[in-house]
Write a protein that binds this ligand. Structure first.
Ligand code: C2E
Ligand code: CA
Ligand code: CA
Length: 740
């Protein structure tokens, strides 16, 4: 345990704050009855540190041993050296320390003759705390000896119980993080509270449903206080608003919440908890909790931990929701829409139409009237849609200003939907009408019923694309001719194929840096294309087409080979190098086998590299998850790329074997501007770090961003502030200079 904690507990000069503390147990073990009497007489009616003394007696070494076993809380023993044999006392001391393993009991040896006093060496070996001759039985001498022994005893046990308490808190906070729901977490908190503070009466734990200034959750629109955990007789109230609950214990909860501080009264005790982003919690029990000096420190640590855990548990719930819900409109986000609409397609095999609605000139609106106004339009459109279509419809906002609706039947054309939905709306007192362009596709196809939502979305997207070129403000329905790749991307692809054959691709290395000492601790390999006519082409210009075409597989294996060759060629690259693989590759049966083969062929240890996969690759694909596990087992390190860009479900990701989580650049940009993002990142970082995953933050461009990240305890970053992706030779020079 950290020594700092101990500092809290060493000062025991103040008596404990207590009303009815149990007596100190003092053992007298001596074969002379007279010594017993004299001792009792001398110490009658004495209190030390506000506690009475209770004496227990034995008259031989053997009996003394049983006595000590019988009273494990015995604080001090006055022990005769010579009893049934010459060294009965010393034998007993040996058994206390070594057999009973009791190192707290304070031993005061008493001898008849000064000559019987044992050797110095024995005194230290057996941790004998004092020795006295039997003549020293005066009241004041005994009192001083016992008082000082009790103080030592108290100190030792205090430290030990604090240690146990801390251990409990620390162990529990680890398991808190495994809990997915606020309720599981809360149940853990309450049982820990009862254990730590010896609580037996009815107890409840209540929490607010929304942070005062954190991210606002989707479905709860106003602040409530709900019961999240309770002792048995109250569990049927769990998850209910305490305002509706008829039990006086909830009046106490309200009282504590209003006063925002702990209270310890005769008939109740209440703890007030609050978290950095403004969630509040209250634990109330119907008994007095005695807060000693030790438990005061424990209380602080307990509250801190619960607050952290509460924050995390809240974030779990929040993130789980955010993984499927669009925060702004309350509709499904893309992932949520794919999930719900996908189920609908497969379960109800009836004719259905998928419309994508795109707001015309939305970007111009934002530029001239601002984001706030834009958000109001989006919200309004969301509620208009819900109003216009039946409850059988699946709604979603796929991205910025594109909405999706899956509607039973083919009754409406794209044009009709556009007309129907672009009604005037009133925003900030003004009536405005936003034009909509709609792309549509239907489940009926020559080949039969289409039950794959991604096919429908792709088709509607193509239709929308065409409509935006020719029919803005109206709509277009999918036509099979659209499915042919556009001329341009076809050209890129044929070029790309030739480029692969002619080996026109190469890798650049972007350093990952330890912010504390600027050391390069790894690289990310990024691909570049040296096109014979266009010069260096960045991946953004060709990877999307490559991914669509299915050639990602070749690309990824190409990069893996290039990386292996690089590592073989330059053994001085002794830090891990990561490389990217396309989400789609993971869905191929043979991919993992071929990737492993590349590394075996080049005799490169899998552990020298890290594979970066984006989070959307892993969501909703059990197959991809299985591949990741295979790669992990094969010894590859696995990094989750672009974390936070799509708001994954954290709880879900935690099931995966990941070494590293790479926080997306969008987060970094936001933390400077938006306190919400800062708080969210703080929460996420604390969860991730508890799980022993490496964190890399990418896209760090400014010193301000770097400084905030340092405050958040981030160690590894990657970004233009430090280095751009470098040609291999420059990366090598960098390594060499560092070794210097
Ligand atoms: P990524 O994996 O997220 O890679 C990071 C991208 O961010 C790189 O762009 C890098 O140059 C850029 N970057 C790094 N620091 C900063 C910064 O401070 N500010 C800004 N604005 N950007 C920064 P790049 O090299 O253009 O790669 C773009 C994407 O293309 C990559 O995103 C990755 O998804 C893909 N990609 C690149 N190389 C490969 C590859 O070998 N295989 C596959 N499958 N995909 C690749
Ligand atoms: Ca990457
Ligand atoms: Ca990335």
């Amino acid at each position: 345990m950290n020594d700092e904690y101990l500092d809290f507990f060493v000062d025991v000069s103040q008596p404990l704050v207590a009303n009815t503390l149990p007596p100190w147990i003092i053992g007298i073990i001596d074969d002379e009855p007279l010594v017993h009497e004299a001792t009792l007489f001398a110490l009658a009616e004495i209190e030390i540190e506000g506690r009475k003394l209770q004496f227990v007696s034995a008259y031989s070494g053997q009996k003394g041993f049983s006595l000590i076993q019988q009273y494990p809380d015995m604080a001090v023993v006055l022990l005769d050296v010579v009893m049934e044999c010459e060294d009965s006392g010393l034998q007993l001391v040996d058994r206390i320390r070594n057999e009973l393993n009791n190192h707290y009991l304070q031993i005061i040896l008493r001898t008849g003759q000064p000559g019987d006093i044992p050797e110095e060496e024995i005194i230290t070996r057996y941790e004998i705390n004092a020795y006295k001759t039997k003549n020293e039985l005066t009241r004041s001498q005994l009192f001083t000896t016992i008082a000082s022994a009790l103080r030592s005893y108290q100190l030792l046990t205090t430290i030990e119980s604090s240690r146990n308490g801390l251990r409990q808190i620390i162990e529990a906070s680890g398991s808190f993080l495994q809990e997915r729901s606020v309720n599981d977490f809360s149940r853990g908190v309450l049982s820990q509270f009862k254990q730590l503070f010896a609580v037996a009466e009815r107890s409840v734990f209540c929490a607010t449903t929304q942070p005062l200034n954190g991210p606002v959750s989707v479905s709860d629109s106003y602040q409530r206080v709900v019961l999240v955990a309770a002792s048995d007789s109250l569990t049927h109230f769990i998850n209910r608003d305490i305002k509706q609950l008829d039990d006086e214990i909830f009046d106490t909860v309200a009282l504590i919440l209003a006063s925002k501080q702990h209270r310890f009264e005769d008939d109740f005790s209440g703890l007030y908890l609050s978290t950095p982003s403004g969630w509040e919690g209250v634990i109330v029990t119907e008994q007095r909790v005695i807060i000693s000096e030790t438990s005061d420190e424990l209380l602080k640590i307990f509250c801190m931990n619960v607050a952290l855990g509460l924050e995390n548990a809240k974030y779990f719930t929040y993130l789980n929701k955010a993984a499927y819900k669009d925060e702004l409109t309350g509709l499904n986000n893309r992932v949520g829409f794919i999930e719900e609409a996908g189920l609908k397609l497969q379960s109800k095999r009836i004719d259905q139409a998928l419309y994508l609605l795109d707001i015309d000139y939305f970007h111009q609106v934002i530029t001239s009237l601002g984001y706030e106004f834009g958000n109001k339009i989006l919200k309004k459109l969301a509620s208009t849609l819900k109003h216009l279509f039946s409850s059988e419809t699946v709604f979603g906002r796929l991205h910025s200003d594109v909405f999706a609706i899956l509607v039973p039947g083919f009754e409406m054309s794209a044009r009709e939907v556009a007309a129907k939905c672009s009604r005037p709306m009133v925003i900030e007192g003004q009536s405005i009408r936003m034009g909509l362009t709609v792309g549509m596709s239907i489940t009926a196809d020559e080949a039969g019923y289409i039950d794959d939502i991604s096919v429908l979305i792709r088709r509607s997207e193509m239709a929308l694309h065409v409509a935006k070129d020719h029919k803005r403000g109206a709509g277009e329905s999918f036509d099979a001719s659209y499915e042919v790749e556009s001329y341009q991307s076809m050209m890129i692809l044929s070029d790309f194929r030739e480029g692969l054959a002619r080996d026109e691709f190469f890798l650049v290395l972007q350093p990952k840096v330890d912010v504390n000492n600027q050391q390069v601790i790894g690289f990310e390999a990024l691909i570049r294309w040296l096109h014979p006519e266009k010069g260096v082409v960045p991946p953004g210009a060709f990877i999307p087409s490559v991914e669509k075409s299915g050639m990602y597989y070749e690309l990824d294996l190409y990069v893996a080979k290039a990386l292996c060759q690089l590592l073989n060629h330059y053994p001085q690259i002794d830090v891990p190098v990561s490389f990217n693989i396309s989400a789609n590759s993971l869905n191929h049966d043979s991919f993992v086998g071929e990737l492993k083969a590349v590394f075996i062929e080049h005799e490169i240890e899998a552990s020298r590299v890290e594979i970066e996969v984006t989070e959307n690759a892993l969501i909703h694909s059990e197959q991809a998850v299985a591949r990741i596990k295979e790669l992990y087992t094969a010894g590859f390190k696995i990094g989750l790329d672009d974390f936070g860009a799509g708001f994954s479900s954290l709880a879900y990701l935690l099931r995966l074997p990941l070494h590293t989580i790479k926080i997306d650049q969008s987060f970094v940009v936001d933390i400077v501007e938006q306190p919400k993002s800062y708080i969210l990142l703080e929460g996420i970082l604390s969860i991730i770090s508890k799980l022993n995953k490496e964190i890399v933050v990418e896209g760090v461009e400014t010193e301000k961003q770097r400084d905030l990240l340092i405050t958040l305890g981030v160690r590894v970053v990657q970004g233009f502030l430090f280095y751009k992706p470098l040609p291999v030779t420059e990366a090598l020079e960098l390594l060499k200079a560092e070794k210097g």
